[in-house]
Design a protein around this ligand. Structure first.
Ligand code: SAM
Length: 172
């Protein structure tokens, strides 16, 4: 996206910016996760390790030979911080195989015309937005609001907007 910090601008490979556990833990605590829960890009396990024990926990991670785009089983939830350069394709595939998708991304990332079309194509709507503080570096710093965005297939209500209750040690 234009006006977003790019990997070259931040000096980081933003496809490999890992989520601090305080962030993933808060998100997983607030969500009613149940059934089959997939982390499509596990990285070092920030989200996967926080999925409740009563769930069937599933994962993909390209670095470990499990490509999300080759995973075609149905699941109940998909929860992660996806690789930022592949968000559109991750949304499209996630909404094909799951009725609930939660991605930790800057909120504006969800609102390109192409991404809104994907959401509509799959019959999803935003069920909730959890506004989160920006984690400290190496997380790219920007003025854009970070959110855990929960899309749900068939949801007809208004989105609920929540704010993370403390700053989780964030610097921004
Ligand atoms: C931004 S990092 C986040 C990792 C982890 N979800 C977290 O929150 O810390 C994105 C991860 O996606 C992985 N990845 C990229 N493309 C993928 C694909 N097609 N299938 C599975 N994992 C992929 C990268 O290797 C990287 O570990």
């Amino acid at each position: 996206m234009k006006h977003q910090p790019l990997p070259s601008a931040t000096g980081e490979d933003s496809d490999r910016v890992y989520t601090p556990v305080a962030w993933s833990s808060m998100i997983c605590r607030l969500l009613p996760l149940s059934g089959r829960v997939l982390d499509p890009c596990r990285g070092q396990g920030a989200f996967f390790d926080q999925f409740p024990h009563h769930c069937e926990k599933l994962w993909c991670e390209l670095d470990e030979g499990r490509d999300f785009f080759q995973f075609n089983e149905s699941v109940d939830w998909i929860v992660s911080n996806p690789p930022w350069s592949k968000i559109k394709d991750f949304m499209d595939h996630a909404m094909t195989i799951s009725n609930n998708v939660i991605f930790l991304i800057t909120t504006n990332h969800a609102y390109t015309k192409a991404r809104v079309k994907i959401v509509q194509k799959h019959g999803f709507r935003i069920r909730g937005l959890l506004h989160m503080p920006t984690p400290p570096k190496p997380w790219p710093q920007s003025g854009f609001q970070l959110s855990a965005i929960w899309w749900q297939r068939g949801y007809l209500g208004q989105p609920e907007v929540l704010h993370a209750v403390d700053n989780l040690g964030a610097t921004a």
